[in-house]
Design a protein around this ligand. Sequence first.
Ligand code: ME8
Length: 530
Amino acid sequence: MNNFLSPRQYFMSTQPYCSSFTDPHIGHVYTAIIADAAARFRRLIGYNPVIFSTGTDEHGLKIQQASLLAKKKPSLFCDIVSASFKETFNRCEISYTDYVRTTEKRHRENVHSFWEILSDRGYIYKGKYEGWYCTADEIFVSEDLTTVIKLPDGREQRVSSESNRPVEWSSEENYLFKLSKCREQLIRWMENGPVVRPQRHYNLLKSWLNQELFDLSISRPSTRLSWGIPVPGDASHTIYVWLDALLNYLTVAKSSQSGTNNWPPSVHVIGKDILKFHGIYWPAFLIAAGMEPPKSLLVHGHWLVDDQKMSKTTGNVVSPHSCIDLATVNGFRYFLLHEGVPASDGNFSMKMMVRVANTDLADGIGNLVNRCCGKNLNPLQTRLAVNSSSFEACGSVGLELLQLLQSTPDTVHDEYLNWNFYKGIDNIMALVRGANGLFQIMEPWRLKKEGQTDKLNATMAATMETARIVGILLQPIVPSFSERLLDKLGVPRTERSWEFASVRWSTKDQPLGEQGPVLFPRIKSELYQE
Ligand code: ME8
């Protein structure tokens, strides 16, 4: 095992979510679930503290317009939306340590002091900005990155080529940030190591940095944008929403126990569409302020739904709540982390989620635990002491399982560390298949009937040891499912950290915990059966 950070502290964040959507969709919670799995894993391997922040990004023209449409004051609109995001994250068992809202006082103060630092260091000047602005993306877009499309009603509309969202012409006096001055230092930051993962996003960032960087408008006249943080000393201008939003990470660091001693963050977890903001603007702002840029970025792909992009117009936006109602939070998290591959887009379907959860959680792990803990084969309700002869007595399948148990925790450790949760899960499921296979071959129900107690006990001990290790390894993926699994097995809470995820010879049987309801009842939904 190799731990890659010293001192053992970890600061990670998801981007704050944009409050113009009233309710989060599965794409929004995906970032938080990836970050949560990573944070929980770091805690299991002993990082302390793990600062894990998320929150809502609440300013900007997009939100100003959305609240107008909802006939609500922006502050009330944001209160409602932010509460909805927070509640959803809680339901998804996101173990954040700070939930930051960009409308908070601590954030406003941080933005003001950062602006003043940039200004004192000569990175801000006033100038005329003319160009296309995309409100949906909250970004100025140069003309060559726009295209004109024909709308269904025959009208023409200029859109951003990257996002396909409408742009409008704007010509105004703004404060500008000297982004052009930061290019060399950004390149040096990039060359410092694998700061951006996966590789394809690193390459993309490098290709952007090979081109000229233009100065960036960082304010809008408050006559156009009133919902935001005013420029210090010039209330006629409001600070550009991305500068405001990105600074949330610093707000969190400043308000955490050891303050900016935690700086820079270990990783920001973001979706692929906001790479430019986190990979160019954000490190540039920090470099300009004389601060260190983040140590790394983890960029994930997007979820399509039944092979289509999620959109309100198509009406295929999937709510995390409907997924949790159907498959529980564990089925939902398991599916996203099992099917999601950071380097590419994933395809979501309720049917697939039901199939994967039923196969792995109900039939695979649930079945294993039922067999081990059921009164039929385990009348004394104990977790039997395990030693090498438990595996030897089960013949070559037993020895194969032992070998797998000895190598899997390290493999899973490395896969989790490299953000390959799906590969980690595959390795864990190989253990589950191994233990269920052992049951099939050893036929403990037959051993019991024939009075072959030694072999029966060996089978039970080997499979329960596998279930214990599976429970520990799965904690970052499906925390409450693993907790119940380990409770059933009677694993003390003090013995659930990563160091306990290895075969532990013992001489003493342990009592099982309360059995209670089955671990993961099969999802029986006619609508989603294949
Ligand atoms: O970008 N699949 O907020 P946001 C996976 N407030 N992820 C998706 C997705 C999908 N289909 N759709 C969106 C913002 N996302 C800003 C961030 S940071 C200082 C400010 C992801 O609510 C998207 O990639 O528009 C992004 O990472 C996150 O959801 C929030 O998007």
